[in-house]
Design a protein around this ligand. Sequence first.
Ligand code: 7TS
Length: 415
Amino acid sequence: MSARPAPHTSAIDVAAIRADFPILDQQINGKPLVFLDNAASSQRPRQVIDTISRYYEHDHANVHRGVHTLSQRATDAYEGAREIVRQFINAKDTKEIVFVRGTTEAVNLVAQSFVRPKAGPGDEILISGLEHHANIVPWQLVCEQTGAKLKVIPITPQGEVDFAAFEKLIGPRTRILALAHVSNALGTIVPVEKFIAVARQHGVPVLLDGAQAVPHGKVDVRALDCDFYCFSGHKMLGPTGIGVLYGRQKLLEAMPPWQGGGDMILSVSFEKTTYNQLPWKFEAGTPNISGTIGLGAAIRYLQSVGMERIAAYEHELLTYATQRLLEIPGLRIVGTAAHKAAVVSFVMDGIHPHDIGTILDTEGVAIRTGHHCAMPVMDFFKVPATARASMAFYNTHAEIDRLVAALEHTRQVLG
Ligand code: 7TS
C-alpha cells in the first residue's frame, strides 16, 4: 500500500456498501452500532456469508482426493481461491500462495522452516519496535532454539521505524528482516520499500507482516520485492482461521515441510516419505476449505469496491477522525507518523483506556482498548494501554461524530 492515496478516487457509495454488511444494522445498548474495531477483525459482507453457505449447501467434500463430483467441485473452488489470492497480491505463481490459519501461523512457518535451520549462535534476527506479538514471539522461539539473537530497530516518538538505526543494525549475521507493513497499534505505514532495498544490498531476506496492510490498500509482492508476505482473512472481510503466506518460489522449494501429514506427501513408506510439490508441501491435513473459499469471495468484494478507492476513502476518515479527536480536551493521540492507515490510538487525561471502552460500549460504539498485542509499543510510549479506533471503508463521517460525542460524554462522566 502506498503512503499517499490519490484523493480524487475516494468516491465510494458507503450507503450501498453498508447494506451488504448485515451485522452493522443493529442496536447496541439501544443505540445504532458504530463498529470501530476493524484492526482486530473486520465484518463480513453478505456476499462472503452467502458464498460459504452455498458451498456447504451444494459443494462440500474433502479436496484433492476424490474422483467424485463434489470433491472435484470443492477442489476447484479451493484452488480457484488460490488463484484469486495470487492475482490480488500479484504473485508470480500459485505455488507461492500457501494457505495457513492466519498471519500468526505464517510467521511461525517461516521462523521454523526457513530461519531455524540456518540460524546459529552469533546470528541475528532483525525486527522493529513496532511489531505485533505475532512478529516477535516466533523469532524469540527461534532464538531460544538456535542461540541466535533478536535485534530490535528502535522507533521514534512519532511511532516511525528509525531508518538510520536500521542501517546500522543490519549486517552480515542478519538471517532475516521481519517487519510490519502497517502497525496495528499506531497505524504507522512503514516505508518498507526503503528497508527492503537496503536488505537486498546485504543479501538479507525480508518477511513482511501485512495483516494491517492488505485490507486497506493495494499490495503487490513483486513490486515490493519481498521474500515472504503474511496476512489474515478475518481482517479483510473473510472468515477466521484462514490466512496466507506468500513466499518466493525458490525459497519455498528449498524449505523443509513444517508439519507432516496427509496431502503434503507424494508417497509414504516407513523407510522414506517424499513430499508433495508447492504449495501443498506446506498444507498438511484437511485444509480450511470453506474459509479459503470465503477468503476468495472477500477478495472479490474488495476488488469490486477497488483497493485504491478504499485507501483514499479511509484516508479521508483518518484525517477527519484525527482532527475531531484533537478537539477533545485532555485527549492525546499516540502514534503521529507522517503516513498512517486509518487507526487512531489515544489516551485521555485521568481516565483508564478500559473505562473509555466500557462507556463507549454503553453508547453503542465499539473500539478496542488494551495493549493491542504490542506490549513493547506501550512500553515505549510509557502507557499501560491505549484506546484504539480503527476504521474500514464501511465506516462514515457520521460514525466519527458519534465516537467524538461518546468520548465527550466519557470525559463528563469520568474526567
Ligand atoms: N500482525 C499484525 C500487524 C496484526 O495486527 C495482527 C492481529 C496479527 C499480526 C495477528 O493476526 P492473526 O490473524 O494471526 O491473529 N491484530 C490484532 C489487533 O490489532 N487486535 O486484535 C488482533
